[in-house]
Design a protein around this ligand. Structure first.
Ligand code: GLU
Length: 309
């Protein structure tokens, strides 16, 4: 069954949702530029959301550095920046709704126990290969065990959606990931829950982001259906990798963008996404005017990863 599409009469609203674990690097720049260009080309709005839920991974000053970098590259949010660290009540309310619907259960299993279990490995195209949750706590905690996390029940019916770049995606959650975590053992709401609550709260119609999140989308659609919120349209951009095929990320110490040469960085990101502005456009504003006019999703390479180094 295909998801209920976002209301086509609704004005386009896109977003960029960085995790403030470091400054902008080429990998995150591509997601920012792709989402911004797509929003501007559709005459839509573009919002920035700081995914700073994971306090232990959040680097002080990184959110400000990202916003500063975006501004230097000609990208500013059309609404005040939403901070996930302030959204606990909304996530908690969503978790309650899922619990009332009988879709959640407490889980006592540690990562080690799951890794050592006889569960199959998930059939996801993007690593890491983790075992499918074997369902140990699905029918109640074993005597003497106490809850660590809260999981969401999944089913066998495949979830399918049409991605603007990657084509048809079909995933059986039970086989690919199993029942997944909504509230982590450390008390932090899981990304999958927070992103669904925030995309709905912000009225996002179009999610344009890196293809490393393609495998997460069926979990998000599952939650959207359970919560009765619309499913946005999805457009998953190729992800820049290093020579070993690892996604450029703050964790792989990708070099920060040189903000002294913003037009070069913008041109490079547009080029990565299949768009080549004419030589001679050397200003950020001129490049954005060109990109707004000439952005064409069909030029984006239809692949999940592209090595850049
Ligand atoms: N915060 C995620 C990241 O930095 C992006 C999440 C999303 O766009 O849904 O990779």
């Amino acid at each position: 069954m295909l998801p209920v599409p976002a209301d086509p009469s609704q004005r386009y609203r896109g977003r960029f949702a960085p995790s403030p674990t470091g400054s902008l690097h080429f990998g995150s720049l591509v997601a920012a530029v792709g989402s911004h260009a797509d929003a501007r080309a559709h005459g839509g709005e573009w919002l920035v959301r700081m995914e700073d839920l994971d306090a232990p991974r959040t680097v002080p000053g990184a959110a400000a550095a990202i916003l500063h970098g975006l501004a230097a590259l000609g990208m500013t949010s059309d609404a005040p920046v939403l901070l996930q660290s302030r959204r606990g009540e909304a996530y908690s309310a969503a978790l309650d709704r899922l619990a009332w619907a009988g879709l959640t259960y407490p889980c006592a299993c540690s990562r080690r126990e799951i890794a050592d279990s006889a569960g199959r490995f998930g059939a996801l195209a993007n690593g890491p290969r983790e075992r499918v949750y074997p369902g140990t706590c699905r029918n109640g905690l074993a005597p003497g065990r106490s809850a660590r996390a809260v999981r969401c029940r999944t089913g066998d019916a495949p979830i399918a959606f049409e991605d603007a770049v990657q084509g048809t995606v079909r995933q059986c959650l039970a086989r690919a990931v199993g029942d997944f975590v909504l509230l982590r053992a450390d008390g932090i709401f899981a990304y999958q829950l927070a992103v669904v609550v925030d995309d709905a709260a912000q009225g996002i119609t179009d999610v344009v982001r890196g293809a490393d999140l393609l495998d997460s989308t069926p979990r998000q659609i599952h939650l959207q259906r359970a919560l009765g919120v619309p499913t946005p349209r999805y457009c998953h951009l190729p992800v820049a990798t290093d020579a070993r095929g690892e996604k450029l990320s703050k964790q792989t110490r990708a070099a920060p963008i040189d903000l002294g040469r913003p037009a070069d960085a913008l041109r490079q990101a547009l080029g990565f996404l299949g768009h080549r502005p004419p030589a001679g456009l050397n200003e950020v504003d001129a490049l954005w005017a060109w990109a707004t006019e000439n952005w064409d999703r069909t030029r984006i390479p239809r692949t999940r990863t592209i090595p850049v180094a």
